[in-house]
Design a protein around this ligand. Structure first.
Ligand code: CP3
Length: 347
């Protein structure tokens, strides 16, 4: 089965493309009325994630409605702790909560290294999505970075400071490494399973990278992301480490193909620090609150900053749920039109 739109995969492999490809983090979700409808049918978030037919439907929605160049499988990074033995709940309008959390080494007794088959519902959703996409665009698989997953398992919920998780790094470094290693091994099994099921590219989300010091980041996060990248060679890999501006030179040295930038990371500076990587990003999602005229101007500014090569257009973090769909479409259309009108390919 041939792929009709290769732009995203080509760009992820640092090949020249006739225009810059675009997708958005959190493109499948609450901004779309079509998503909210399916979400209502499913009743709760976890049922949606665990029902392959529904997960497939919401995964494909942004491809058809927004015209993005890649789909990302609808799931959550927190399926990994659940498969390891730590159940999560998604509370309406609040976010994830773990009824039990990890407080000390003895809690490791209740955890195990997850096998890919324990997340069969995600693998089934990937297989079904690939079938339904029928080669229209590539499919991105994903997982959380071990440090970000660790943070949720220790805190038991979201946090502004993640100080309980950071406290663990300072007070119980050995135990922290033990848990991070278990998460890493589970994630390797899971991502390999996703690739076997049909994921064309994988992305690792390190949403809480930016709260660690550079030294802690190397020791407790990058080391494990690097292990995952070393273990996976079948597809291009994207690492998005939100807030880790200080780790860009180190990110250049790990075995991934693409590095995601947030809006705090300057483009020229990032090119200099990451000469071997394709860059993804990085418009501030809040820029989409502007008028259509403003969105277009900001998007063009971003494109001009990156230039035509080694760039995948995206936001600097996930779309906010109160973003208007026509602003998102404007972002996407501007990227598609700009590239063509400037004969991007000729460079
Ligand atoms: O479109 C896509 O990007 C694919 C689906 C996806 C979701 N979560 C669906 C979701 C992806 C890639 C994620 C990743 C994820 N989940 C991250 C990393 C990316 C990031 O934003 O930093 C994190 C930290 C989580 C954990 C999580 N899940 C939180 C903190 C929340 C609550 C906040 C919120 O946005 O509501 C979720 C819930 C969640 N995950 C929703 C969606 C669509 C909203 C739930 C709903 O529909 O009720």
């Amino acid at each position: 089965m041939g792929m009709q739109n290769h732009l995203f995969i080509q760009a992820a492999k640092a090949e020249h493309t006739p225009r810059t490809p675009v997708w958005l983090m959190r493109q499948a979700g609450r901004i779309l009325p079509e998503y909210r409808k399916v979400r209502e049918i499913a009743k709760d978030f976890k049922t949606l994630v665990k029902t392959p037919e529904l997960a497939t439907e919401v995964t494909i929605q942004p491809v058809n409605i927004l015209g993005v160049d890649a789909a990302i499988i609808f799931s959550d990074i927190l399926v990994i702790p659940e498969a390891m033995g730590l159940n999560y709940e998604m509370e309406e309008n609040k976010g994830p909560v773990f009824p039990k959390k990890i407080s000390s080494a003895k809690d490791l007794n209740g955890l195990h290294v997850a096998a890919a088959e324990e997340l069969q519902y995600v693998l089934d959703a990937i297989t079904l999505t690939k079938k339904e996409l029928n080669g229209k665009v590539p499919l991105i698989g994903f997982a959380g970075a071990p440090w970000t997953i660790f943070s949720y398992m220790i805190e038991g919920k979201g946090s502004k400071t993640f100080s309980a998780a950071k406290k663990m790094l300072y007070t119980q470094p050995e135990f922290s490494h033990q848990l991070l290693e278990m998460i890493t091994q589970s994630t390797i099994h899971y991502l390999k399973g996703q690739i076997q099921a049909g994921a064309d590219v994988i992305q690792i989300f390190d949403s809480w990278a930016g709260i660690l010091s550079p030294a802690q980041y190397s020791e407790f996060s990058l080391k494990y992301i690097s292990k995952i990248c070393d273990a996976i060679s079948q597809t291009p890999k994207i690492v998005f480490a939100k807030g880790a501006f200080f780790a860009r030179a180190e990110l250049n040295a790990i075995k991934c193909d693409v590095v995601g930038l947030d809006w705090n990371m300057g483009i020229n500076e990032s090119r200099a620090l990451l000469p071997d990587k394709v860059l993804q990003g990085n418009l501030d999602p809040c820029a989409l609150y502007g008028s259509l005229h403003d969105v277009k101007r900001e998007t063009i500014k971003m494109l001009e900053g990156f230039g035509p090569y080694k760039h995948i257009a995206n936001l600097g973090h996930g779309l906010y749920p109160d973003t208007e769909v026509d602003k998102v479409k404007c972002f996407i259309d501007t990227i598609k039109e700009y590239s063509v009108s400037k004969s991007f390919a000729s460079k």
